[in-house]
Design a protein around this ligand. Sequence first.
Ligand SMILES: [Fe+2]
Length: 543
Amino acid sequence: MVMQIDRRCMILGGVWGIGALALPAGRALAADLIGARGFTHAVASGEPGADSMLLWTRYVPASEVESARLDVEVAIDPDFVRIVGGGTVRTGGYRDWTAKVTVDGLQPGTSYWYRFVAPDGSKSPVGRTRTLPQGDVPRFGLGVFSCSNLPYGWFNAYAHAAARDDLDLWLHVGDYIYEYGNASVRPGQGIVGRTLMPDTEILAIADYRLRYATYRADPDLQRLHQMAPMVALWDDHESANDSWEGGAQNHQADKEGDWNTRRAAAMQVYREWMPVSDEPWKAYDIGTLATLYRTESRLLARTRPADITAAASAPDADAALKAFHDGVWQDPSATMLGSTQESWLAHAFRANARTTAWQMVGMGTIIGRTVMPANVTDWLRPDANAKLVQRYRNSVRMAQNGLPMWMDRWDGYPAARSRLLRSAQAADSDLIMLAGDSHNAWAYGLVEDGQPAGVEFAGQAVTSGGMEGDLRGDPTAVARGFVAANRELKWANTHQRGYMMIDISRDRVTGEWLFLDTIKARSTRIASTHRMSVERGRRVFSA
Ligand SMILES: [Fe+2]
């Protein structure tokens, strides 16, 4: 069920429209974003169903009115000769002039073109979307993205994916935006002119709105949304770094105000600007081929990550780390999803594993277990300061005491991890985890109670910097060292940006990591790729 780009559509390239705004726009950007009128940010689609689709746009009227009514047209051809559906929606300043409408009565596994029409007759750029298939499906292609830190590079991964015709759906597993201000960009690493708005860290509703307006002015991101539907979930940076239900590492309540106010602003604006429903988590059936799950693991129920820093720096660190390992780390009340979502997912695995071949879980953070290799300090960059060296030494010591290097991920919530993997095993499901967050690329064979539990494809960032920022050793040796130190880890790439293509068929799922040549110039040249497959019923990667 591959989306084919109609030749006429290529000829009619103009109808896609280039976004009214294109980064970089230097100092004019703020004025452009705030002063823009009409359809300011093209269109997007999401929440795909077999017979329905959520369509998104943003329209700012030229005159001072409180609200505006938009019509939407859905056609089976890019010329809109055969309009087969539509709807109407009202928007206003109360929702930053974003508009979302769900159109139903569509046919499964079918490509549609859509556009919005304003009261003055003006039309939005045209978007293409595709409903989910029903019944037996030979193949489905999923493009997976994460971690797009705008000032650090061009969204070449989005541009590359948007130009393909073998991907049916995008999955964005978080860090679609970052909350930091321009001052946080490491000296010499930002792209000239790719400047964030607002200038400072985003805290209030108006800040989050302007940040999305900045990101969505990027022409490659606009194009991605115009070409196919997206299932999107947030990770931490859509609110603040290392967020959980009651706070975040990058939220200082004494200076930045009440966390719950900021958290509510982040969630509200995400739902205004993204083609998502207000449902906190959701399952999507891809015919009998797979069920794709959108999860929430940050803002609604996640408990505070256990703080290992005191134990790692204690005078008798080994004793303190052992106590941490045997105690607080394994607290069964620690949760990423919360009991309501955990229970929903376990029930869904049981019900869906009987009818769909693969259970594919989109997740903000990695579930594969990772400890720091003992020789990691050999690879540290030569100018590493004492603090950085000590941080890596602490991680090695944690590894020697059976503790992971990342506490903000599933590794920090081992009882919750076991519950999730056991629920997949109990349902006899072929589990595929799809994650982002780390900025580097990893493949894990997941094990629970000594038995294979499924595999994880963890994707590299679109632009955010990864471990290569600290580690300057030969990347092949670094990756080999991580694989040697970690039983679940089967492959890694710790230094390149890009995205993942997941090719799903009934008997096999193949993940391909695509590594872009550069993010420092606008280019879609691929430097290298890596593929790994899992056969149905095996729950381990093929040799
Ligand atoms: Fe990230």
